[in-house]
Design a protein around this ligand. Structure first.
Ligand code: AHR
Length: 490
């Protein structure tokens, strides 16, 4: 029988709420036709789709990254401010389309205010310049009195937007990126941009562009991270890491997809060690954390719309990935699921309505049913081999426990990876007791490939009462299931 042992005093750290963030890019129908559709009967006076806003509010998004993604590396922010009729339409070279520029900086900030989320702007370090990056910070953050701050006021925004989080480019290592660079050139340019951006507003926090693990060139990832951290550690606060995943070719699609978060975890731990080593070597006193600012299951569709339909396996993979991020809370302080609407997204629209994809539900549970303190859960369970990605033993049971001390609530997030077998999980809590009645919030379905659609959402959250809870009790987790146990500490 699988066993989980918990102790409220054995803590991994505090989970930064920013790990539950989202990302929106000018790509396909994410912005236009997703969050923003002026003239639609479903939109408000700002052109924001209210049905989408409501669904996004359910995710309590703490931080929203914009405008890209690959898009940002050819984006000039001045095109997207001021009167609509003066904004130029431009060829969009990252996704081969046309950008109307009707959704720009001020629309993004208004959207963030409507969603009650912190804006995170990624600057253009591809075709952009140092001056342009610093001017964007000035436009957003300085009090009136200088030209770009005055321009903001002319555009109707007297008070600064106070954007704290800024990215130093997107995936600059990849030859798919406009203006991509080698590590040396990027590090040099990022450092220069970082200095003028911080000089413009010393309160901002900067995210350095970290490398991505590419199957064809693993060494490049290490070299890149080493070089950029070595040159920029003293001027940045985070390093970005992107991870998209899906089944491994030739392997069971379900089990190989679900092994991927652990594969990612290995790389993240390595990156964390590298960060700490560079900080030590360079005597960098301030913390540098990992911003996992693009992550998701994504493997089916590679056109310029990316309208991936998610199934139950994907929902379980997202639940495991969220658990993994929380278990690594000392290292990871920002997470942005890519993306929020239509493009590899939990929310899917048509001009007439929307539905929630399977992956919406673990995302919602992660933020709604969790506490700020990550506990060090001991897990013993059967395993399978994912040797093909260097993992000899992946547990059939994934678990993450969190504690809300003020509310005296313990949350245990579980995933049963098995397609066939229920698992009777024995939970033992050391040196504390639980109120005898709790709740279980469950996401499950009949088959790994079950999907949601307009008017038909078989994968959702079902909540049920748990009776006979105590400091040692058993919970039967169905196959193909994610459950969060909500328990009250006496
Ligand atoms: O999220 C889709 C794309 O994936 C982003 O534009 C890019 O940063 C990444 O490669």
């Amino acid at each position: 029988m699988p066993l989980i042992k918990l102790d409220l005093d054995r803590r991994l750290g505090t989970i930064d709420p920013n790990v539950y963030g989202m990302f929106i890019e000018h790509l396909g129908r994410c912005i236009y036709g997703g969050i923003y559709e002026p003239g639609s009967p479903l939109s408000d006076e700002n052109g924001f789709r209210t049905d989408v806003l409501q669904a996004a509010r359910g995710l309590q998004v703490p931080i929203l990254r914009w405008p890209g993604g690959n898009f940002v590396s050819g984006y000039h922010w001045l095109d997207g401010v001021g009167p609509d009729e003066k904004r130029p339409s431009r060829p969009e070279l990252a996704w081969n389309t046309t950008e109307s520029n009707l959704f720009g900086t001020n629309e993004f900030i208004q959207y963030c205010r409507a969603l009650d989320t912190e804006p995170y702007i990624c600057a253009n370090l591809g075709s952009g310049t140092m001056d342009e990056a610093a001017a964007w910070v000035e436009y957003c953050n300085r009090e009136v009195g200088t030209s770009y701050a005055n321009l903001r006021a002319e555009h109707g925004f007297e008070k600064p937007h106070k954007v704290i989080y800024w990215g130093l480019g997107n995936e600059m290592y990849g030859d798919w990126q406009i203006g991509h660079k080698n590590a040396q050139d990027y590090a040099k340019f990022a450092r220069l941009c970082a200095k003028v951006m911080k000089a413009t507003d010393p309160d901002i926090k900067l995210v350095l562009c970290g490398g991505q693990v590419l199957a064809h060139d693993r060494a490049a990832y290490l070299d890149w991270n080493w070089e950029v951290l070595d040159k920029c550690a003293d001027v940045v606060d985070y390093i970005a890491y992107h991870f998209y995943f899906g089944p491994v070719k030739g392997q069971d699609p379900h089990y190989s997809t679900l092994a991927q978060p652990y594969h990612s975890e290995q790389h993240l731990r390595f990156l964390w060690q590298l960060i700490e080593q560079v900080r030590r070597d360079h005597h960098v006193a301030h913390p540098i954390k990992i911003a996992l600012d693009e992550w998701n299951v994504w493997y089916r569709i590679h056109d310029n719309q990316l309208e991936e339909r998610y199934d139950l396996t994907d929902a379980l993979a997202v639940a495991i990935y969220l658990n993994m991020m929380c278990r690594n809370c000392q290292a990871i302080e920002i997470g942005n699921l890519a993306q929020m609407v239509n493009v590899i997204a939990p929310i899917f629209t048509s001009p007439e309505g929307m539905f929630l994809q399977t992956i919406y539900h673990p995302l919602r549970l992660a933020v709604e049913k969790s506490g700020p303190i990550a506990l060090d859960a001991y897990v013993d369970c059967d395993t399978y081999s994912a040797d093909y990605i260097g993992l000899p033993a992946v547990g059939y049971l994934d678990a993450h426990a969190s504690f809300d001390e003020a509310a005296k609530k313990l949350f245990v997030s579980l995933v049963n990876l098995s397609k066939d077998d229920a698992q009777k999980v024995e939970l033992r809590l050391h040196d504390a007791d639980l109120v005898s009645e709790g709740q279980a919030h469950i996401v499950t379905g009949d088959a790994p490939d079950v999907v949601n659609d307009f008017g038909k959402e078989p994968v959702t959250v079902r909540s049920e009462v748990l009776a006979d809870v105590s400091s040692a009790f058993t919970y039967k987790l169905p196959p193909l299931a994610h459950a969060v146990l909500e328990l009250e500490v006496k």
